[in-house]
Design a protein around this ligand. Structure first.
Ligand SMILES: Nc1nc2c(c(=O)[nH]1)N[C@H]1C(S)=C(S)[C@@H](COP(=O)(O)O)O[C@H]1N2
Ligand SMILES: [Mo]
Length: 422
């Protein structure tokens, strides 16, 4: 062991605590040299003295992450309501706005098909002048687009309607949303090539899995910004996210983003398919049901600190979270430390992208007393994220989907953090 790396443990810990306590004043403190510099007390991590440890570094043709980086997706525990077997993103550890593909949530109701892209075909038929069948390579030759979009399953946060079902962590309360850079060809280009007929008003998109995932989508959206995507974060989508082709329907319910896309049929009405009549409807208090709730309303959540975390004593913490809206971009995020009595503006990471996750941050000096942390977002249409009580007043308690309510996290005096809904 390198002798200078042996830390003067006590002294170093004291300095580190002081450093974290000072928090927001850090920049000034460092400049003024008043943090009680660690110089002479310790040293940074030493470089390996044995060069074979560098040369022997396994440089792989396709990279792995560090073995010390262990964040993983998680299935809902059996006691949680979950009819799709979702695999939830660990939102409390992802950074920035891009969800690494390996951590992008998955909802695969019909398993994950193993598709050879050389054999895969996309058929476009129905009310078109020139039905067409395209290979993946042919689709890749066409003019392409890359865009950062969030995806959210409309069943995200379905556990949070009732205290008895509330999930313990942000991964399980909100982890059925992720954000990535998607590359593909616009569906409008393919539809224009096929020649959409006059009376057409919807499309039905179909996936090559065992779900029978036919999904009706209004033609106006199909002709607007929908992508037939073959790229996710700079490479092909992961099999669970739709390899080799999927629809990306920006800002709309996850279920409309048909994966393993094999057919688009242009039609003149919605088809009331299995995934849009018995499921994905919401029973209202008056006995009627809402259907085709396509646009995802504005929503935000504090991802850190969040349920299951434990704060290591009073001092500085950066409150971090994500906000998004299916109607446009996030204009404002406010944070409350007192359960919604008072609110202060959080900082938004720029650029703020339309129909993408927006990262927000809020400097917090925890005084060691109980706190109830919440975030509330406003999108560029002026829509303000509702409280759960406001949402339940309108929707009742029988609607599973589209719970975009304000989420609270209770911080106890011992630093433990719990879901305020439970
Ligand atoms: N073919 C097919 N497409 C599908 C599904 C599916 O089971 N089969 N699940 C849908 C649902 S319910 C959601 S929320 C999104 C999730 O996309 P992701 O798994 O890439 O996150 O895919 C949608 N597309
Ligand atoms: Mo979903």
């Amino acid at each position: 062991m390198n002798p200078i790396s042996a830390p003067a443990a006590g002294l170093r810990d004291a300095a580190r605590r002081r450093f974290l306590k000072r928090g927001v004043a850090l920049g000034a403190a460092l400049a003024a040299g008043v943090t009680g510099s660690a110089a002479g007390q310790s040293a940074p991590t030493p470089a390996p003295e044995d060069p074979s440890r560098v040369l022997g570094n396994p440089m792989k043709p396709y990279g792995d992450r560090s073995r010390f980086d262990t964040a993983v997706k998680q299935k809902a525990p059996t006691e949680m309501p979950d009819e799709w077997g979702g695999n939830f993103t660990p939102l409390d550890v992802t950074l920035g706005i891009i969800t690494p593909s390996a951590l992008h949530f998955e909802v695969c109701a019909g398993g994950v098909p193993d598709i050879d892209p050389k054999k895969h075909r996309l058929l476009i038929d129905g009310m078109v002048d020139r039905p067409v069948i395209l290979t993946v390579d042919e689709i890749k030759r066409l003019p392409s687009r890359s865009q950062v979009y969030f995806l959210e399953c409309e069943g995200n946060s379905r556990s949070e309607w009732r205290p008895s079902q509330a999930a313990p962590t942000v991964q399980l309360t909100h982890g059925l949303t992720s954000c990535g850079e998607w590359t593909g060809v616009t569906l409008s280009l393919l539809l224009r090539e096929a020649g959409v007929q006059k009376n057409a008003s919807w499309i039905v998109a179909e996936g090559a899995d065992a779900q029978g995932a036919e999904r009706s989508i209004p033609l106006a959206k199909a002709m607007d910004d929908v992508l037939v995507a073959y790229g996710q974060n700079g490479e092909a989508p992961r099999p669970g996210n739709g390899f080799p082709l999927r629809l990306v329907v920006p800002g709309w319910a996850g279920s409309a983003n048909v994966k393993w896309l094999r057919r688009i049929t242009v039609v003149d009405r919605s088809y009331m398919t299995r995934v849009e009549s018995p499921t994905r409807t919401s029973l209202m208090p008056d006995g009627t049901a809402r259907q085709f709730m396509f646009v995802m309303n504005a929503k935000s959540v504090i991802t850190s600190p969040s349920g299951g975390h434990r704060l290591g004593g009073p001092g500085f913490y950066e409150i971090r979270g994500l906000a998004w809206s299916g109607r446009g971009s996030i204009r404002r995020v406010e944070v409350s430390l007192d359960g919604g009595k008072t609110w202060k503006d959080a900082k938004l990471q720029t650029p703020v992208l339309r129909l993408a996750h927006t990262r927000f941050r809020f400097d917090w000096r925890w005084d060691g007393r109980e706190a109830l942390l919440q975030s509330r977002c406003t999108d560029d249409t002026g829509y303000v994220q509702p409280t759960l009580a406001e949402l339940v007043k309108v929707r009742g308690l029988n609607s599973i989907y589209n719970n975009n309510a304000i989420q609270g996290w209770k911080v106890a005096a011992d630093g433990s953090v719990q879901n305020a809904n439970s």
